[in-house]
Design a protein around this ligand. Structure first.
Ligand code: KIV
Length: 271
């Protein structure tokens, strides 16, 4: 008799069942093997290989510079660590907007070369053809509305979106369209909580919020932010679960001190 307990993997269907059952979905970002292993072992439902890697891992000011090859590298590292979570990978800026054929080719490269389970892209009705073409290859697509960082130069700021009623109604319509096109879930970023709740109530697919209040079907945060590693970034929606900038900084200082004072390595730490 095997004592090995089989892990029940999260699929897009699991997420839909969770919405139906009223169970909230927990999602976090990861860009590398070690972080993904810790997050998956903790029992997260969804890991997003976000294009926020452009900021967090590469130090760029925006998400625009990260390339498809770089996203595939991050995604492959994450997939190798994951046993349970659903892995979603952002299609980077410029890899899906020009035409639907390019979008499909980009999504196929992500799935084939990284082993990920689905892709995410930003936008509403303007990306209809790309979404529908990607779906023809059997690749699940997650939508993303509200603050869409790939359009930062169109909006000019990272402030809350859809506060005015016209933009709010358009967002609601776009959300319904994304569901009709076939998206399996939707991320809503930095919009008023009441609007996000309205969207979640209207849609049958799960709606996952970041800075979108508690009335949605799940939450996502950037792991480095919630761990307190990116300590200059403090939006109102961010809850910090650790202060790793300080903890890590103190460990590095202690190590430097130990090396310089000859206390490391000691006799037991050598051969
Ligand atoms: O790239 C990312 O990390 C994201 C989340 C903020 C949703 O898209």
């Amino acid at each position: 008799m095997s004592v090995h307990k089989e892990i029940k993997k999260i699929t897009t269907h699991t997420l839909q069942e969770m919405k139906r059952a009223g169970e909230k979905i927990a999602m976090l970002t990861a860009y590398d093997y070690t972080m993904a292993k810790i997050i998956d072992s903790a029992g997260i439902d969804v890991i997003l290989v976000g294009d926020s890697a452009s900021n967090v891992m590469a130090g760029h000011e925006t998400t625009l510079p990260i390339t498809l090859d770089q996203m595939i590298y991050h995604a492959g590292s994450v997939v190798r660590a994951v046993n349970r979570a659903l892995v979603v990978v952002d299609l980077p800026f410029g890899s899906y907007q020009a035409n639907s054929k390019e979008a499909l080719n980009s999504a196929i490269r992500i799935m084939k070369e990284s082993g990920a389970h689905s892709v995410k892209l930003e936008g509403g009705r303007e990306v209809k053809d790309s979404i529908e073409r990607i779906l023809t290859a059997g690749i699940p697509v997650m939508g993303h509305l509200g603050l869409t960082p790939q359009s930062i130069y169109k909006f000019g700021t990272y402030t809350v979106r859809a506060k005015e009623s016209m933009e709010a109604e358009q967002l609601l319509e776009d959300a319904q369209l994304l569901e009709q096109y076939g998206c399996f879930a939707l991320v809503l970023e930095k919009i008023p909580a009441k609007l996000a709740q309205r969207v979640a109530e209207k849609l049958h697919i799960p709606v996952i919020g970041i800075g979108a209040g508690s009335g949605v079907d799940g939450q996502v945060l950037v792991s480095h932010d919630m761990l307190g590693m990116t300590h200059e970034f403090s939006p109102r929606f961010l809850r910090r679960y650790a202060s790793l900038y300080e903890t890590m900084g103190n460990s590095f200082k202690q190590y430097i001190n130990d090396v310089k004072s000859l206390s490391f390595p000691n006799e037991k730490e050598q051969y």
